[in-house]
Design a binder for this molecule. Structure first.
Ligand code: ZN
Length: 259
């Protein structure tokens, strides 16, 4: 029997991506020249090819370096006007108070989903700065999308700041599962973005262990053919695929994606 590619009632939502736009400090790996593209035109062509309805981004320049974060946030925010499928993560940095002020303002926009942090590329320890970041998110009832860092410490912060929601990106490890399970208010989530979603049991195991309600679809610019079909063809019930591909995003961000 041949496996058929399933159809879905709603267009999937890519909760985690980035793009280059000619700024300084962008994603640039000479070894991948020609083999991996990061421009929005290319990515949008792929979204159209697969019928992806929405994509939430921060620019590469804003996460790859800690210079020019507010300018990058402002640049992307301006792009929301011209692109109805584009949604925003506002990048903040704990040592840059202006990024917090800006975030507070931009978060009022219905197509701004929350805050993006990248402790690794921004060169700080999340445990040292977690209170500053997560108390801010808690006060605003905001969602934080975090590049994985000190995953095992995250339930402690999630329990202390129950009004914030934390998405630990790039589902891959046992630690992701344990962090989700360890948050006593249920406010830790993960996304499927990144190359490690091709681990051959990762989606199935996570659904089994913590339920599909905790998992959101993302690409992080990796091949949409692989990222999307990894979920669409996963060995889990159809309703779990719907949760991951769009229902969870609609539930977590009703203002952005409606019901
Ligand atoms: Zn990212």
């Amino acid at each position: 029997m041949k496996m058929e590619f399933p159809g879905f009632d709603r267009a999937p939502i890519d909760i985690h991506t980035h793009f280059n736009h000619g700024a300084e400090g962008e994603y640039d790996t000479p070894a991948y020249a020609g083999t991996h593209r990061n421009g929005l035109d290319f990515l949008k062509g792929e979204y159209a090819r697969f019928g992806i309805g929405a994509y939430a981004a921060s620019t590469y320049a804003a996460v790859m370096s800690d210079r020019g974060i507010p300018e990058e946030n402002a640049f992307l925010h301006e792009m929301l006007r011209a692109d109805a499928q584009l949604f925003q993560w506002v990048v903040i940095h704990p040592e840059k108070p202006e990024s917090f002020r800006q975030a507070e303002e931009l978060l009022e926009h219905p197509r701004v989903l929350g805050l993006k942090i990248h402790p690794q590329l921004h060169g700080y320890r999340i445990c040292e700065h977690g209170d500053r970041i997560f108390s801010f998110a808690d006060r605003l009832g905001a969602t934080v999308l975090m590049h994985p860092a000190a995953i095992t410490e995250m339930p402690r912060f999630a329990d202390k700041y129950p009004r914030m929601r934390l998405i630990i990106a790039h589902l891959a490890e046992q630690a992701h599962i344990e962090a989700i399970r360890g948050a006593k208010h249920g406010n830790i989530y993960t996304d499927t973005s990144g190359g490690l979603s091709v681990l051959n049991r990762v989606i199935e195991y996570a659904v089994e262990q913590v339920g599909s309600e905790k998992i959101l679809f993302g690409t992080d610019t990796y091949a949409l053919a692989a990222q999307y079909s990894r979920i669409a063809l996963a060995d889990v019930p159809h309703s779990d695929k719907e949760n991951i591909l769009f229902k969870n995003a609609m539930r977590l961000f009703p203002r952005a994606f409606g019901e």
